[in-house]
Design a binder for this molecule. Structure first.
Ligand code: DSN
Length: 398
């Protein structure tokens, strides 16, 4: 590289990544092929529009790249092109959710300028996401936000309460999905609720899409009207997002494509889309199925290991790749303090609120742990038990 300053930073970051134990639940390591696609000539091309209908010339090859990503997305999740429409141009998860709501439940306002269309999603402190209607997110400003919380005892979704809230509020769209909820989501129940409250059902499967692909987490596709996933978490691809919408007389496919371009975005990042195509093929293999199984086994082993050492694990365990650990009520250590102590000792996590958290988001009660990244690096159950012991020692200051 000619630019020695940037070259050094890249090398330093690569070294840092190799030298730590990475338990960030939303991170992973891409293959060499994906890195190559990201750094390829595809980044030079403007391709506003869609395959076969671009605003710029010179897109015959780019069209093939994008069509390949679309067909591989359908194949991976066993979807028929006549039933589902796919848009692979979304730059990341948050703008993808925003594009989806804008397209399907376009905001409307009353005379006082208050939003009248409603989004219902899981509260951030219960494990949801900013774009599921948090008041600080644009999704909590342009839409009226209805937030649901977890059952305080089981720390899991209470579907009866959810139903009662949906029936009372009649949201235009219900969002099922999470960034910090360790358990299976019952998409069938969400569908039944959405039908009773006459709402659309959108699933944000960003965290667990790789587990769905690997057959170890329930698929939302039989029940949802739309599904969003980022591609850089459990799917182990580059930073990007994909939106799937049901193809039927409601015309969601056309509405979505129009909202993405010209509505919200400009030129798609075709080098990333090529990387996504590679990831989707890598994910469609027996080796990836084995990986997904191992991710869950590792998370369950890590959770049990920590529990045995006296740490409180939210909901008592995990069905997925992620674990939420209540460090504050276990040992009086805040999430911020815990994450800083662990980082100093080479374990990278993120501080996280826990259900019903009364502490601030900037210094919450817990930390979130995930096993996608370390499983990619070949870690197994015995390694997880060692990591649990290491975390325990560091946090107890032994
Ligand atoms: N930042 C992602 C995560 O860590 O879960 C969600 O946007």
């Amino acid at each position: 590289m000619q630019d020695k300053q940037v070259e050094k930073l890249i090398k330093d970051e690569a070294k840092r990544q190799k030298s730590v134990i990475n338990l960030i639940a939303s991170e992973n390591y891409v293959s060499k092929d994906i890195l190559q696609a990201l750094g390829s000539e595809l980044t030079n091309k403007y391709a506003e529009g869609y395959p076969g209908r671009r605003y710029y010339g010179g897109n015959t090859i780019i069209d093939k790249v994008e069509n390949l990503a679309i067909s591989r997305a359908l194949k991976l999740f066993k979807l028929k092109p006549e039933d589902w429409h796919v848009n692979v141009q979304l730059l990341s998860g948050s703008p993808a959710n925003f594009a989806l709501y804008s397209a399907l439940v376009s905001p409307e306002f009353d005379k006082e300028g208050k939003p009248t269309k409603k989004i219902m999603g899981m509260k951030l402190t219960s494990g949801g996401h900013l774009t599921h209607g948090h008041p600080l997110s644009i999704t909590g400003k342009l839409w009226k936000s209805i937030q649901f919380e977890l059952d305080p005892v089981t720390q899991m979704i209470d579907y009866e309460k959810l139903k009662a809230l949906a029936v009372a509020e009649k949201p235009d769209i219900i969002v099922a999905g999470f960034t910090a909820y360790p358990r299976f989501v019952d998409f069938k129940k969400f569908r039944e609720i959405a039908d009773v409250s006459d709402s659309l059902l959108h699933v944000d499967m960003s965290h667990f899409a790789g587990l769905v692909a690997g057959g170890v987490y329930p698929s939302p596709f039989p029940y949802a009207d739309s599904v969003m996933t980022t591609t850089h978490k459990s799917l182990r691809g580059p930073r990007q997002a994909i939106l799937f919408v049901k193809k039927d007389e409601r015309g969601f496919d056309k509405k979505l494509d129009k909202m993405v371009i010209p509505g919200l975005f400009g030129g798609p990042h075709e080098n990333n889309i090529a990387g996504v195509a590679i990831a989707l093929k890598e994910d469609d293999t027996p080796a990836f199925k084995k990986y997904a199984k191992q991710v869950v086994k590792n998370a369950q082993t890590l959770a049990k290991g920590l529990q045995k050492l006296g740490w409180k694990i939210i909901s008592g365990g995990t069905d997925s790749h992620l674990i939420l650990m209540d460090t504050f009520s276990s040992k009086g250590i805040s999430g911020k303090e815990a994450s800083e102590k662990l980082e100093k000792a080479g374990i990278i996590v993120n501080m996280n609120t826990v259900p019903g958290d009364t502490r601030s988001v900037m210094d919450p009660s817990g930390i979130r742990l995930g096993t996608c990244a370390e499983t990619t690096r070949g870690k197994k159950e015995k390694d997880m038990l060692k990591i649990a012991q290491k975390i325990d020692k560091i946090l107890k200051g032994k």
